[in-house]
Design a protein around this ligand. Structure first.
Ligand code: ZN
Length: 682
């Protein structure tokens, strides 16, 4: 378990000097922060932030900012455990300033020794202290060779339930079957807030999974800084970067969204602004994941090519091909791609279409993209390519439109995509079962506000709100899956789920499936109003629709929004026991590096199980005596006595030298490996 590793790591902690406790005291938040908001009082910002956790050897940029200065603060001291920070890192500060700020940055550094670190900054009358914990990954226990992380974007607990209802159905209250994710033994609850906001976006949360650090809304692989540029913010290394440089592992990024979208981008990117999509495409090229599958070709094409969204002549598809990648642009070419070459598959200029529209060949939605692969075929192909690497692989697979369709409150399209991802999880599970060396983690990055209130049934002539049935009137929905493909044959059944949304703009609700995807609200002179187009669908009488008055600010929110509710996590495979209880989203990163036993410092891990000899003897009803004058310890168990000479480091039994691994631990207690103790005692 990680927690015990942390405890062990703490025992070798570099002891903090403890001089700076001032700003560690609980402050009178209200007064201080109100004052700060009114006058923008001078302040110190340190990145990484307080309580950040690091994997030993993981790279990051360290930055101290003095902001909103009214006058020169005079001398500035930046200490880590009492030593000058630039000396600790062995690099000089990159110093910058404006009329109101001063910055001290050291890039591309790492803490290689596990322990706790206290950063204390003093600048004139200002001071701030933050504490870091540096962890070593557990090197004992079963280890994973590969890690597959599934992110059902926005897949709240309620969405998992909708997925199970539509995919499996239930009879007299018991489900007729379980989802793949339901069958995972290990489960946890994940909290998702970012450093700047209770409610996260996908960039911020995916970044936490990939780096172990919090970020801010729209941030990827960075801590935000005070400059306008989005590409210079202090970076934190991503798991994919660590695995490529330290282990030569392969990396795969698979999504149904644009591959530059927040969740897939988090695997490789460092930017304050998730909308830097042309740059994110270049970051993909820089890291060169062995498999890249998704939409978003617009940012790979030179500006002269129709459909391009680049503002330059870079031809990234051409560049990838020159680097040995096979390029696929359709389900057919994906299928034909060889497994022994790196693979770039871009199946849409924008987001890929949703499963419902792909599988029903909905021409209105697909337009010219009529041959897009589904997520489980993409997952299978990714595994085929990545598993060629004997060093193992890290694969991130995103069911992206679970989220995108919830924003427009098209919960049926969202749920079909969640079923699609569940089937992709099944593909991964099959691979993991065969080889026994793959950790699979399935989670979401944040919640949405959809809940199941009951069913919608017009069977007795009622319609609109009067046809929403609750409690015993709801009975059960009657979705049918005649072809047993795991998807309901139609989302339009006589008794369907009544799904209600809590965090919405004004919109028209009718509880019915939209054959044509629509947006809930439109801009009318700076205010978002319920989309009048929803009223003018000739196939659907207006009487069933009613205005659902929104709960959000009509000047800022045109869509349903993310919520702060905790999200589910399910895990399977070696290291999965780490995932239990309530976890912060940054801990998911540590669960993955723990399962890999990822050691970035080159230090040889102590994998031996050391036991206190006194505890060992007590357990077996024996005794331990220490003779201080001879510096010898004798352990007597079952009439057998071992004598440990603490001066020579040798052990003996009946005056004969025996093999025994023993030493003094950090507290001066005698410890030995239990296996060698048992062997020596015979
Ligand atoms: Zn979203």
């Amino acid at each position: 378990m990680w927690k015990s590793v942390t405890a062990a790591a703490l025992s070798v902690a570099i002891v903090a000097t403890g001089a700076e406790v001032l700003s560690n005291q609980p402050k009178t938040v209200d007064a201080a922060e109100t004052a700060a908001e009114q006058t923008k009082a001078a302040s110190i910002y340190i990145a990484p932030i307080d309580r950040a956790e690091f994997l030993a050897g993981a790279k990051f940029d360290f930055r101290v900012e003095l902001n909103d200065l009214a006058s020169d603060p005079g001398s500035v001291s930046i200490k880590i455990n009492g030593k000058e920070a630039s000396d600790v890192f062995g690099k000089p500060y990159e110093k910058t300033s404006t009329d109101k700020s001063r910055e001290f940055t050291v890039r591309d550094v790492a803490f290689s020794v596990p322990g706790t670190y206290t950063v204390s900054v003093r600048a004139g009358s200002l001071s701030k202290t933050v504490k870091y914990t540096v962890n070593a990954a557990d090197a004992s226990g079963a280890k994973a060779k590969n890690v597959i992380l599934f992110v059902g974007d926005g897949m709240a607990f309620s969405n998992v339930t909708m997925t199970r209802i539509l995919s499996k159905g239930l009879t007299e209250g018991k489900y007729n079957g379980l989802l793949e994710v339901d069958k995972f033994d290990q489960r946890a609850v994940v909290t998702t807030s970012g450093m700047d906001s209770l409610v996260t976006d996908s960039a911020n949360s995916a970044s936490a999974y990939n780096t172990g650090h919090k970020s801010a809304v729209n941030g990827l692989g960075i801590y935000p800084d005070n400059t306008a540029s989005s590409l210079d913010d202090p970076k934190v290394e991503t798991l994919a970067e660590m695995l490529k440089r330290s282990r030569g592992m392969s990396v795969g990024v698979v999504s149904t969204s644009e591959i530059e979208d927040a969740t897939p981008a988090a695997v490789v990117s460092h930017t304050r602004r998730r909308s830097d999509k042309p740059e994110i495409a270049e970051m993909l090229y820089k890291l060169q994941p062995e498999v890249i599958l998704g939409g978003g070709s617009a940012y790979f094409l030179p500006q002269s090519t129709p459909g391009s969204k680049r503002k330059d002549d870079k031809d990234l598809i051409g560049d990838f091909e020159k680097s040995g990648y096979t390029f696929a642009d359709s389900a057919t070419s994906l299928k034909a791609a060889p497994a022994d070459k790196k693979l770039l598959g871009l199946f849409h200029t924008g987001d890929m279409n949703v499963y419902y529209d792909r599988s029903t060949k909905n021409k209105d939605a697909l337009k010219s993209f009529t041959d897009q692969p589904n997520l489980w075929d993409m997952t299978q192909k990714a595994i085929d390519v990545l598993s060629q690497n004997e060093n193992g692989f890290f694969l991130m697979v995103e069911g992206a439109s679970v989220d995108k369709q919830l924003h427009t409150m098209d919960w049926e399209r969202s749920t079909y995509d969640a079923i699609e991802m569940d089937k992709a999880v099944g593909v991964a599970r099959k691979f993991a079962e065969k080889n026994g060396d793959t950790l699979i983690v399935v989670t979401a990055d944040h919640s949405h506000s959809a809940s199941i209130a009951g069913t919608y049934w017009e069977g007795d002539g009622k319609s609109g709100r009067e046809a929403v049935r609750t409690y015993e009137a709801a009975k059960f929905p009657d979705y049918v899956d005649a072809n047993k493909d795991g998807f309901p044959d139609s989302p339009d059944v006589s008794r369907k789920l009544a799904v209600v949304f809590g965090a919405t703009p004004d919109y028209y609700e009718d509880y019915k499936f939209s054959k044509v995807p629509t947006v809930p609200a439109v801009d009318s002179d700076g205010v978002y109003i319920a989309n009048p187009a929803s009223l003018s669908n000739p196939d659907d009488p207006n009487k069933d629709r009613f205005l659902h008055t929104g709960t959000l600010n009509p000047k800022t929110d045109s869509q349903e929004v993310h919520t702060a509710d905790d999200v589910p996590l399910m895990a399977y495979g070696p290291g999965s026991e780490y995932f239990q209880g309530t976890m912060d989203n940054t801990e998911v990163f540590f669960g993955m590096v723990n399962s890999l036993g990822l050691n970035l410092t080159g230090a040889k891990a102590d994998t031996k199980k050391w036991v206190n000899v006194r505890d060992f003897a007590n357990l077996l009803g024996g005794t331990v005596k220490k003779n201080d004058s001879t510096n010898k310890v004798s352990i007597t168990v079952n009439g057998q006595t071992l004598v440990l000479n603490l001066t020579s480091g040798q052990a003996s039994k009946n005056n004969k030298i025996v093999k025994l691994e023993f030493k003094l631990d950090a507290d001066g207690q005698v410890v030995a490996t239990s296996s060698s103790l048992l062997a020596a005692l015979g």
